[in-house]
Design a protein around this ligand. Structure first.
Ligand code: TRP
Length: 445
């Protein structure tokens, strides 16, 4: 069934790991701690987990079944169900969002890559010196982008799957080492409190928006990455089991990452609201103090760079699959094309950390950086917006009958109550909740 020329996953395990590879990345280890730190800690964590299970998981199932149903990229998947009309623009939105997220994701991924060597060679550059060094950032950016291109070039089985399989399982072990050490530091308990004792007075409309955005970002939802990954999935696979495994693995990694960061933040007397630099400021100091820190730190950044790579390729794969399926471009040409556009939009992001005053403090956006603007628009707003439209599309346009049938192909228990609950959430709860959150955050803005 799935052995068409587009490529397919080699095995069930391969798919779960590749989907986990797409999901688990900088979103969990870099983005989750910094948005949690900026938005009040424990209360945000609870809000985040609620968003993942209530909104994220049902939309994940929707994306996977839509992809597997059509064996297509987001635009093609939509056209397979709604050949005429405006729905295809939802697919375009997804393709564009993937490209823009990739443009700044690659920057952070490049830092991670640079920090492997910085840690190993015990280079004394501070984060500020590092991030304002334009030639260094450009070099790392291009190197990382080339690595992503290299993997996507290789196609499905040879590239994406092989990498994910070998490396994803080591990450939690390294995080545990870091946690055990940071918990011994004086003052660490204050960080544990910040992270685990909720203060709901910190929650505002915008906080909810950011928690929802993070639920989408971390699980690669809302722009069709999971449609594209689902399109390489065999009909006998169990979408529910595979999807749930991926989400739970992701929550575990995020939770561990926060535990590795916040106790250390407080032990060092720093602010948890450091922003996008948080992980890159805090962890290297930990590695400096910790016994075996050079080795653990090097390994940590190596694994993080690989986790980022398996995520970046899923962002890259969406526009590439779109060009292959819809515009009949060859895979190699498509990959270079998308890589080139990514680079173009990545430049202003790379200059957003002090290298250019203009991009660091945009005059038209309250002095925030170009990078923050991109991450807000695409990471926090466009993904929930896309997710809302996907849920409406699947529940109302495709219909719960067709969608449930697709899921039940690999899971014969998915009839009756399970599919009813899914239907209600997808039909009503997802669109309404997301719409309210979006409207509310605009007002606050
Ligand atoms: N989920 C990945 C991470 O947490 C990033 C990512 C990959 C992504 N593909 C995506 C985010 C698609 C949004 C949409 O690092």
């Amino acid at each position: 069934m799935s052995s068409n020329s587009r490529g397919a996953w080699g095995s069930r395990f391969g798919f779960v790991l590749a989907a986990a590879g797409s999901a688990v990345g900088l979103g969990h280890i870099w983005r989750f701690p910094y948005v949690t730190g900026e938005n009040g800690g424990a209360a945000f964590v609870i809000l985040y987990i609620a968003c993942v299970f209530l909104i994220g998981v049902p939309i994940l199932f929707a994306e996977l079944s839509l992809g597997r149903h059509s064996h297509k990229n987001p635009v093609g998947a939509i056209k397979a169900i709604a050949p005429t009309g405006g729905w295809k623009y939802l697919g375009y939105l997804g393709v564009a969002t993937g490209l823009f997220i990739l443009s700044y994701y690659t920057l952070i991924a490049g830092w991670t890559f640079g920090y492997i060597f910085k840690t190993l060679l015990q280079n004394p550059l501070t984060f500020d010196e590092f991030s304002t060094n334009a030639p260094l950032n450009s070099l790392l950016y291009v190197v990382f982008l080339l690595m992503s291109i290299g993997v996507v070039y290789g196609g499905i089985r040879g590239g994406i799957e092989r990498w994910s399989k070998i490396l994803m399982p080591i990450l939690p072990v390294i995080l545990l080492f870091i946690i055990i050490y940071t918990l011994t530091l004086e003052g660490a308990m204050e960080g544990v409190r910040f992270y685990l004792r909720p203060d709901f007075s910190e929650i505002t409309g915008e906080t909810i928006m950011i928690a929802l955005g993070q639920a989408f970002f971390a699980n690669s939802l809302g722009m069709g990455a999971m449609i594209t990954y689902g399109s390489y999935l065999d009909k006998k696979e169990n979408i529910i089991a595979a999807g749930t495994t991926v989400v739970i693995f992701g929550i575990m990694i995020s939770f561990l990452a926060g535990f590795a960061i916040f106790p250390a933040v407080f032990a060092m007397g720093k602010s948890p609201a450091e922003g996008a630099a948080l992980v890159f400021v805090i962890l290297p100091e930990i590695f400096e103090m910790m016994p075996g820190g050079i080795l653990i730190g090097t390994l940590f950044f190596l694994l993080l760079a690989i986790a980022a790579l398996t995520s970046a390729i899923s962002l890259l794969e969406v526009p590439v699959a779109f060009l292959i399926d819809e515009r009949k471009v060859r895979r190699k040409v498509a990959t270079w094309l998308v890589g080139g556009v990514t680079l173009l939009f990545g430049i202003p992001s790379a200059l957003s950390f002090g290298a250019s005053d203009f991009f660091t403090h945009l005059p038209f956006w309250a002095g925030h950086s170009f990078f923050d603007l991109m991450d807000y628009i695409f990471g926090s707003v466009a993904l929930p917006l896309g997710g809302m439209m996907f849920s409406i599309f699947v529940a109302w346009r495709w219909g719960m009958f067709g969608a449930s049938k697709e899921v039940s192909l690999g899971n014969d228990k998915f009839i009756g109550i399970q599919s009813k609950v899914w239907g209600i959430i997808l039909k009503y709860i997802c669109p309404i909740v997301i719409l309210l959150v979006l409207l509310n955050s605009i007002e606050v803005f």
